[in-house]
Design a protein around this ligand. Structure first.
Ligand SMILES: NCc1[nH]cc(CCC(=O)O)c1CC(=O)O
Ligand SMILES: [Mg+2]
Length: 330
């Protein structure tokens, strides 16, 4: 039997393979999450995320300069909030001279071209470690939306390009959009974490910010009443379509690697840009294996990010953004 059609013909040389490549990762696809803390000229390593640090504002700005010169054009900001500033309402989050607001201003001053995307969620500011205000032992959806709106408007005042709500309250995109329009911030975009799952892969992030739900009988011990159930995928489409209708500019799916079926499905459904979050636990797994010599770090980084793009991501939030940019720049 003659075989006329041979797929291996297009794999014969590196040059042919490069001509037929469907998906190519570039620095244009990368967004770096950064952790900021109070103080000056200090950085603290995060044990469960090798290569990742919490930095004070001055060092964060320096890092943003470096990222931008490597071609990373977006940063996603998270604050380590002092215990004495935490309460149930999260009101420090809309303090116009809070650490987040100062960080946004400082980055936009030093690196104006950098797309600054602050995280909009209450957990780092909450004494309970929840993404919402607690009323009678429950996460109060509508009260939380009011807080998130104040927070997003305060970020916009500080100069944020795009606000990124990661809380999973219902109706918060519409609330935030209305707040931004009413305050005149018509050009500030919303990147909505639309399909965010209650995931065990967020563990290293929560230890980086000390933001896990606190151990108490009075409050839910997990985030399952607002983040999605990982058994479900059709529900993700419903979440995404609602956020599109409410005025989201970019939608996010999170986590990344174990959820690429969701990314592909959403890609077929909507035409807005899709962001995917390659989360802390995914990063930790890869680093742990690489440190043991069980995986080739550089190859695994580029492969995993390229595959996330292949599934349908237009941009990837990843702790490997800097090292990937260095590798891509050759
Ligand atoms: N609003 C909280 C938030 N924003 C980003 C992450 C996780 C990111 C990561 O694991 O890298 C989390 C954790 C959570 O929902 O508990
Ligand atoms: Mg939703």
């Amino acid at each position: 039997m003659m075989i006329y059609s041979r797929n291996r013909r297009l794999r014969v040389s590196a040059a042919i393979r490069s001509l037929v490549q469907e998906t190519v990762l570039s620095t244009n696809d990368l967004v770096m999450p950064v952790f900021v803390m109070e103080g000056q000229n200090k950085q603290e390593a995060i044990a469960s995320m090798p290569g990742i640090f919490r930095r004070t504002l001055d060092l964060t700005v320096q890092e943003c300069r470096e990222l931008y010169s490597l071609g990373v054009k977006g940063v996603n900001l998270y604050m380590k909030v002092s215990e004495n500033l935490k309460d149930n309402t999260g009101k420090e989050s809309w303090n116009d001279s809070g650490l987040m607001q100062d960080t946004i201003k400082a980055i936009k001053d030093a690196v104006p071209g950098m797309v600054v995307m602050p995280d909009v969620a209450l957990d780092p500011y909450s004494i309970y470690g929840h993404d919402g205000i607690i009323t009678n032992g429950k996460v109060d959806n509508d009260a939380t939306n009011e807080a998130l709106t104040k927070m997003a408007v305060s970020h916009a005042k500080a100069g944020a390009d795009i606000v990124a709500p990661s809380d999973m309250m219902d109706g918060r995109v519409a609330a935030i959009r209305t707040g931004l329009e009413e305050s005149g911030f018509t050009d500030v975009g919303i990147l909505s974490y639309s399909a965010k799952y209650a995931s065990s892969f967020y563990g290293p992030f929560r230890s980086a910010l000390d933001s896990a739900p606190v151990d108490s009988q009075e409050i839910p011990q997990d985030k399952k009443t607002y983040q999605m159930d990982f058994h479900n995928s059709r529900e993700a489409i419903d979440e995404v379509l609602k956020d599109v209708a409410e005025g989201a500019d970019i939608i996010m799916i999170k986590p990344g690697m174990p959820y690429l079926d969701i990314v592909a499905k959403v890609r077929e459904t909507i035409d807005l840009p899709i962001a995917v979050y390659n989360v802390s636990g995914e990063y930790a797994m890869l680093k742990a294996a690489a440190q043991n010599g069980w995986l080739d770090n550089d190859k695994a980084v580029i492969e995993s990010l390229t595959c996330i793009k292949r599934a349908g991501a237009d941009m990837i939030f990843t702790y490997a953004a800097k090292e990937a940019a260095i590798l891509l720049n050759g």
